[in-house]
Design a protein around this ligand. Structure first.
Ligand code: HEC
Ligand code: HEC
Length: 151
């Protein structure tokens, strides 16, 4: 390498280092916090809602959406393949004399006869992989989206 080229390269390097030093801006994330500080997990919120039967259904956001769970899940045990409290209320349209929204037909096995008890299709046993309970949380960004009206 000849001396002129070496000198040019050194000058360029010095210039870019100087440029960087002048234009250095503090790095921040889109949410505005200092990217260098450790992430702080948001406070854990507990699932809300009134007791089943005391609230209202939540409008669906789009056709075919698994409806959101509008009620609290207090006292409802974890769902297993053999034990599912949700079905106490939702396998039929009535429980202890009260009207219940019955699981969609898509959730049931074809009935052997008109008089047969409805039987859950086990592809759907894990209700909460599609239906989710709600918390009263502030949206991270403003959103004016409106769900579709209920049928
Ligand atoms: C004690 C009875 C009861 C139990 C147990 C129960 N629910 Fe409900 N559920 C209801 C009632 C009643 C409604 C109608 C809304 C209301 O009045 O709270 C409802 C509404 C819903 C809806 C909304 C339906 C729609 O068309 O918008 C979903 C989804 C749902 N429940 C899922 C579940 C799941 C999943 C579980 C188990 C984790 C469960 N529920 C446990 C009684 C119950
Ligand atoms: C794979 C996803 C999925 C699973 C798992 C699932 N659902 Fe659903 N559910 C849906 C969808 C999607 C709908 C909307 C109707 C439809 O398209 O079948 C629905 C509808 C419903 C409705 C409202 C019925 C109506 O006609 O308005 C109830 C109640 C319900 N499900 C309860 C349950 C319960 C209880 C379980 C667990 C035993 C369960 N679902 C498991 C996806 C699911």
């Amino acid at each position: 390498m000849n001396t002129t080229l070496k000198l040019t390269l050194i000058t360029l390097l010095a210039l870019s280092v100087a440029a960087c030093a002048v234009t250095t801006l503090p790095v921040s994330s889109l949410r505005g916090s200092d990217a260098a500080t450790a992430d702080v997990a948001p406070a854990a919120l507990s699932y809300g809602g009134k007791k089943p039967g005391q609230g209202e259904l939540i409008a669906r956001a789009f056709k075919g959406q698994p409806p959101l769970i509008p009620h609290s899940l207090d006292g409802i045990n974890e769902i297993t393949t053999t034990d599912n409290d949700c079905l106490d209320c939702h396998i039929t349209d009535e429980y202890r004399g009260k009207k219940m929204p019955r699981v969609a037909q898509s959730h049931l096995l074809p009935a052997a006869s008109a008089a047969a008890e409805p039987e859950l299709n086990m592809r759907r046993w894990q209700c909460n992989s599609c239906h989710v309970a709600q918390v009263e949380a502030k949206p991270l960004v403003e959103n004016a989206y409106q769900g579709i009206e209920r049928r």
